[in-house]
Design a protein around this ligand. Structure first.
Ligand code: NAD
Ligand code: AHE
Ligand code: ZN
Length: 370
């Protein structure tokens, strides 16, 4: 079939919206009509050329929601008409990783997914001249139709609005999950969140759900404070307005350091500050942000010797087929909020404007509706 997609033709270039060829689903695969997709900073990271795994041409996008149009041979858990959210962290429920409760990092298709291919080692997308186009994170939601492995689709309820729950495909689950699944923050905790964008706001929402007492937000952009306060922020710090050392400032503000700190910026200098303002003896710092190729974190080992821990989280530690339908229920039951974070709605033809808004710091989430 033919479908319409935004194609990343080369690193650093704007996406090009065009008609592309899409082959039908093979064994274990599912054809999905994407109804809506969010723009996450990780899409921009890959588009920019900063991602060491970036492959071009590719159809980016990993925060979508849609409807099953066709199922391939052997698909048993989904049928035509089901509503689904594609998962960049699949859940095969059989691999060594899925069987270990300590991780959500299903590895059953990681190698082909990282190479921009479906599990049989081929791509379903091509340009009209026949040039193959790579998949991205196993999802490629910047296309009106996409083919996704069955194990990388969460089946969700039919009454959930696509233009809101697409955000559960990455940002919502990553932020809330970092608090609930990874940090396992306790009632009364004190936390510092670096970066109050599409991920950081969901960390704040997760901390409020967990019953945190103090939630400090750090961002270079003052305009992020107001919405963050609506989600539970208690203190805002703009590092460019702090005189002296940021770590000292944050340790004082939190009465000795935070129980939990979260990096949602992707900046390795910020990650160091986040680790060092965690409380001596027990503070945990969780890295969520994705850093550019070649970037490395550093600190004095003494920071760890004296009881701070440095950890990381992918997709908020969530097992997607199991957890995503529950998070959709939380949204539908009013336990979590999504609507105020979706600040812009765009058509596919306007998708590059979404990245401009991200760069200008004007959006939290821009969502493309098909
Ligand atoms: P975003 O652009 O919406 O938000 C980033 C925020 O960080 C912005 O508000 C920006 O002003 C702020 N910021 C940037 N540099 C800063 C600095 N030096 N100090 C303080 N604040 C700073 O991006 P997002 O979609 O929220 O993504 C955030 C990061 O999380 C990205 O690196 C993204 O790739 C990553 N991410 C990781 C996962 C995961 O599973 N680990 C999932 C989604 C996103
Ligand atoms: N390709 C990058 C790494 C990118 C990365 O860390 N991705 C996160 C999800 S970000 C979603 O917005 C992730 O899930 N990582 C686990 C994995 O297996 O990819 C690089 O640096 O090479
Ligand atoms: Zn993402």
């Amino acid at each position: 079939m033919r479908t319409r997609a935004a194609v990343a033709v080369a690193p650093g270039k704007p996406l090009e919206v065009m008609d592309v060829n899409l082959e039908g689903p093979r064994a274990g695969e599912v054809l999905v009509e994407i109804k809506a997709t969010g723009l996450c900073h990780t899409d921009e990271f890959t588009r920019s050329g900063d991602d060491p795994e970036g492959i071009f041409p590719a159809i980016l996008g990993h925060e979508g929601a849609g409807v099953v149009i066709e199922v391939g041979e052997g698909v048993s858990s989904l049928e035509v008409g089901d509503h689904v959210i594609p998962l960049y962290t699949p859940e095969c429920r059989e691999c060594e990783y899925c069987l270990n409760p300590k991780t959500n990092l299903c590895q059953s298709i990681r190698a082909t997914q990282g190479a921009g291919l479906l599990p049989d080692g081929s791509t379903r997308f091509s340009m009209l001249d026949g040039t193959p186009i790579h998949h991205y994170m196993g999802c490629s939601t910047f296309a009106n139709h996409t083919v996704v492995p069955e194990i990388a689709l969460a089946k969700i309820r039919q009454d959930a609005p696509f233009d809101k729950v697409c955000y559960i495909g990455c940002g919502v689950t990553t932020g809330i999950g970092a608090v609930i699944n990874t940090a396992k923050a306790e009632i009364g905790s004190c936390a510092v969140v670096f970066g109050l964008g599409g991920i950081g706001l969901n960390v704040i929402q997760g901390l409020r759900m967990a019953g945190a007492d103090q939630i400090v937000g750090v961002d270079l952009n003052d305009s992020k404070e107001e919405l963050a306060r609506e989600f539970g922020l208690t203190d805002f710090v703009n590092p460019s307005k702090v005189e002296g050392d940021m770590v000292t400032h944050l340790v004082e503000l939190t009465g000795g350091g935070a129980d939990y700190t979260f990096d949602a910026t992707g900046n390795v200098n910020v990650m160091r500050t986040a680790l060092e303002c965690a409380h001596k003896g027990w503070g945990e710092s969780i890295i969520i942000g994705v850093a550019p190729a070649g970037a490395e974190i550093s600190t004095r080992p003494f920071q760890l010797v004296t009881g701070r821990s440095w950890r990381g989280t992918a997709f908020g530690g969530a097992s997607g087929r199991t957890d995503v339908p529950k998070i959709v229920d939380w949204y539908m039951d009013g336990k979590i909020e999504i609507d105020p974070m979706i600040t812009h709605k765009l058509s596919l033809d306007q998708i590059n404007e979404g990245f401009d808004l991200m760069h200008k710091g004007e959006s939290i989430r821009a969502v493309v509706e098909f």
